[in-house]
Design a protein around this ligand. Sequence first.
Ligand SMILES: [Ca+2]
Ligand SMILES: [Ca+2]
Length: 511
Amino acid sequence: MSLGLYALFALSVVSQLPSGWGAAPRPEVVPGSVLVRLRAQPQRSAWPLELNEVRLQRPLTGGVVQLILQDRSPDATAQLLSRLQRLEEVVWAQPERYRYAQQAPVNDPHYPDQWALPLLQLPQAWQKTHGSPHVVVAVIDTGILPHPELAARLLSGYDFISDPESASDGDGRDADPTDQGSLDPGSSGLHGLHVSGILGAQANNHEGIAGVDWNCRILPIRVLGVHDAGGRDSDIADAIRWAAGLPVAGVPDNPTPAHIINLSFGGKGGSPLLQEAIDAAGQTGAVVVASAGNDAADAADYAPAGLRGVIAVGATDELGGLAGYSNFGPRIDLLGPGGRADRPESGILSTTYKAGPSAQWGYFFLPGTSQAAAHVSGVAALLRAIAPQLQPEAVRQILKTTADGRQQCAQGCGAGLLDAAAAVAAAASAAGCDPACGLHEECIDHTCAAFTPLEVQVPGGCSATGTPAAAAPLGLGLFSALMLLRRRARRATASQAPPIAAAARHRAAPR
Ligand SMILES: [Ca+2]
Ligand SMILES: [Ca+2]
């Protein structure tokens, strides 16, 4: 079985202003201030109401009076409001409320184009956690390329493509997961870079976009080659085992086993081989997330989405309804944002790269269940950051029980749309730390503590802790300009079209 990518083609920008944000709860009501409209025009020469508990009555524009109470407590205000509402001469009375600027949660300039993040209640989730640098997310995909938004995220990874022609790097399996493809039709589309940016792009750095998880480490594993971005079951099964820290013949052990494994690809037909690999990965405690597929068909007929033990993710449009291309059915666990394929630039904005004499990194829109799954993997990483002892089935249950059930459908949309804030709160509660620990803490055995350091397996059976030596960003470093790439309108599941508008703006290299 050859497996194709689950990204479609983006068509148009969807900008949605971010919802309100604050690091700490801000007061909603002005203490001791009530606004009231009287049936008769108030006279400036006398207090219009006989109220002993009021210290000041101030006529406002248009016949409204502001009342300032002697006692500014919430109880006194509530009692006065109740009394006013029963008076014959009063049309209405309201407490005076504060209003706040709709400030974005992050300073990343393309955040307003990331409509999916407020849809998932991520700004609220980020008040509880930004993720942990000790959670590893394996992105089993087309590989990776350098990008400043991921420079602090990447672990060393591996290339599992056995066929040198598909790999296009002159050999079979090796330790270099660099994506050898491009944005050209029929190539890899740099799909793994796009998926990685969704779940882990550096946030709040005055650059590009915000990832779902701001701190996790990304383990890039290459299984999908350059020709129509296909991959083979035999390579994928080994990659899943290796990602989870299990031994694979002929390959050095993975020094940083993954807590989350993202599989944004698939194809028709089952596979006992893939099922066994997923079972084995699950037994290590790894959460496996898979995209449902883009054929508007029953996901049960696809692998890996239809296999036991994966969290199968369908895609929504920007309103939260099932996207027209998304697979569906009883096998779907929940939905994530994937965007529309029939509207320009309504996909998911994430990281990309353009090779050539003047290599450029940038951002572009892609819709698909690939992108939906990446959001779920990012939130799963947030849950594991808060509650590292959560087992895969518990993560699945939390994601499902906290999902927005209004987004269900007759075809089968699982539990509905992912709700990051509710899931994070439920994870903290399930781990015994309610409401939650600090931003740099995790909950273990009902107690908040500093993050557990990432354990790095050392060949020979010992282990060490600390930052992996091979955690530096990959090669190149040609971050010469910023481009906002946009995609030609075309539906496809296994290849990507060239950008139609590159270089939206240029500037000096950031490094
Ligand atoms: Ca190779
Ligand atoms: Ca950023």
